[in-house]
Design a protein around this ligand. Structure first.
Ligand code: NAP
Length: 293
């Protein structure tokens, strides 16, 4: 068997087309969406992530607001910048780019963001709403990578109702919250959350119809762990050697041999990554739609 590709690039392009139409409609109402980023200091990787977010915004017509503070900025300066962006009408989504300088309390700064404008969907208020929202529509920003995984599966017709899902990794950006989305009424998956202290991890993975590997350990998930025909989402990323273009070669958590056993597999790169970026845009547009109502 050769697994079918859970194609994040093509799916993200479709979602971007839909977002363009939604942005156009908002513009007609005088409620255009805007993403603000706050960058503190001059870390090249952070600068490049921020630039990528604004390129994505440009593609779908979301306005970009870029705020930068010097590496010498105090916590008071950062808090003031966040409060200004919380109050700005043209800002419907806000990202405080991490890492912040070590003397600044990053957790406290992230909590300072207005939950309604939380583009990453990781504000404690929004995670709390997700815990409470087992039923019906969730009218709050969603964590981008978990919602990217669910969207990628749904748009490829991979059934989740009644499916056994094994999530590997209990990290904050993926594993910790994805079960909350997958076990909602209407999605109806059954989820096992595993981590580095789970005995016999392979046995848990073998029982799964859907595997979400979110660790950051190169090729951890072996072909003999996978039930034939299972859908496998490779979320984890390990940066390998540098390529001639200055970019790092990326490896996923899933061994390439899994493609011979699985029914579906998301590639690295080109799987969950592009979908995560597009779900951030979705949070920004949904916030503008909420504000317009
Ligand atoms: P994290 O906070 O570092 O969590 C990693 C988790 O993996 C931890 O819960 C850890 O368990 C677990 N783990 C480590 N070794 C393990 C092993 N041998 N067996 C089972 N579990 C093991 O990471 P995260 O923020 O959730 O992100 C996870 C990965 O996804 C990272 O590689 C990140 O770069 C990637 N990611 C990708 C995207 C994307 O767009 N593609 C987006 C977000 C994150 P313990 O808790 O027991 O230590």
């Amino acid at each position: 068997m050769t697994a079918r590709v859970l194609d994040g690039v093509a799916t993200a392009a479709t979602v971007k087309d839909e977002l363009r139409a939604r942005v156009e409609a908002l513009r007609g109402l005088g409620a255009a969406p805007g993403l603000a980023t706050l960058l503190v200091g001059d870390d090249p990787a952070s600068r490049s992530y921020v630039a990528g977010k604004h390129r994505d915004c440009l593609e779908v017509g979301i306005a970009s607001i870029e705020v930068e503070l010097p590496a010498t900025a105090t916590q008071t300066d950062v808090r003031a910048a966040i409060r200004d962006l919380n109050a700005a009408r043209e800002v419907t989504g806000l990202v405080v780019q991490l890492p912040l300088p070590t003397r600044i309390d990053a957790e406290a700064m992230l909590e300072e963001v207005d939950p309604a404008k939380d583009a990453d969907g990781l504000h404690p208020t929004n995670l709390g709403r997700l815990v409470l929202g087992v039923d019906g529509a969730i009218d709050a920003p969603l964590p981008c990578t978990p919602s990217a995984c669910v969207e990628l599966l749904a748009r490829h017709g991979v059934p989740l109702a009644g499916a056994d899902v094994c999530v590997i990794g209990r990290g904050l950006t993926v594993g910790r919250s994805i079960g909350l989305l997958l076990t909602r009424r209407g999605v109806d998956a059954t989820v096992t959350l595993t981590h580095s202290r789970t005995p016999d991890l392979a046995a848990h993975v073998r029982r799964a119809d859907v595997v979400v590997a979110a660790v950051g350990s190169r090729h951890l998930v072996r072909p003999d762990w996978i039930a034939p025909g299972a859908a496998v989402l490779d979320v984890g990323i390990t940066r390998e050697r540098m390529l001639a273009n200055g970019r790092a070669r990326l490896a996923g958590d899933v061994h390439p041999g899994v493609a011979d056993v699985a029914g579906w597999l998301s590639p690295v790169p080109g799987g969950v990554g592009p979908m995560t970026r597009v779900m951030l845009l979705d949070n920004v547009v949904r916030a503008a739609e909420r504000a317009a109502r």
